[in-house]
Design a protein around this ligand. Structure first.
Ligand code: ATP
Ligand code: MG
Length: 180
């Protein structure tokens, strides 16, 4: 499984529809300060279901929508879609390619889609359990995160190991079963 592409539109500094394509191997994103490199990582976190504005370097969730510049009007919505190659079926879904989309409007309306069908945020979380990819996964290591892992509480560190060991889904199912 690997990340094939990211499509952003109206997300932070990406006013026009922009597609970033990735291939097997290492890709570096370079550019001057403030050109939007970190916004690419924010886009990935956001589409995976990040709900905390602070994690996205904003103060509220509408801050991810393009806010306009001197000569451009603000946009009314933000949209991000990531496509993953799933030929090895590491994601528990029959498709060889999986696209997860998230959209939000200024009105507050928002939606998630998996391969074009509307779904709940919970479905997005479940798709990525135990893959290291989810918003709490270790596939995105942000600035300062290594420090937080090293100095974090044992329970927090445990979550990371559970995810790597692939037992998160069992723990979640057990918790749900016990509630019933
Ligand atoms: P550095 O090298 O300093 O880390 P960077 O390339 O990572 O820079 P980003 O932090 O990704 O840069 O981008 C910051 C830019 O994104 C700023 O110019 C900021 O104005 C712009 N930006 C962030 N949110 C929005 C928004 N909602 N609407 C328009 N522009 C935005
Ligand atoms: Mg940056």
């Amino acid at each position: 499984m690997y990340l094939k592409s990211i499509e952003v539109q109206g997300f932070k500094s990406f006013v026009h529809k922009t597609v970033l394509e990735f291939h097997n191997g290492i890709t570096g994103i370079v550019g001057p300060n403030g050109s939007g490199k970190s916004n690419v990582a924010d886009a990935v976190r956001w589409v995976l279901g990040e709900q905390r504005a602070k994690q996205l370097r904003g103060s509220n969730m509408q801050d991810v929508i393009f806010a306009g510049t001197e000569n451009r009007k603000p946009l009314g919505f933000a949209s991000v879609a990531i496509t993953l190659d799933n030929a090895d079926h590491q994601l528990p879904i029959e498709y060889e390619e999986v696209t997860v989309t998230r959209r939000v409007y200024r009105s507050g309306e928002s939606e998630y889609l998996i391969n074009g069908s509307g779904c709940r945020l919970k479905d997005v979380y479940e798709l990525f359990y135990d893959t290291g990819i989810g918003k709490e996964g270790y596939s995105i290591i942000g600035q300062g995160q290594i420090d937080r892992i090293l100095s974090g509480k044992p329970e927090e560190r445990r979550e990371l190991f559970d995810e790597a060991a692939g037992i998160v889904k069992f723990k979640r199912r057990k918790a749900t079963a016990q509630k019933k």
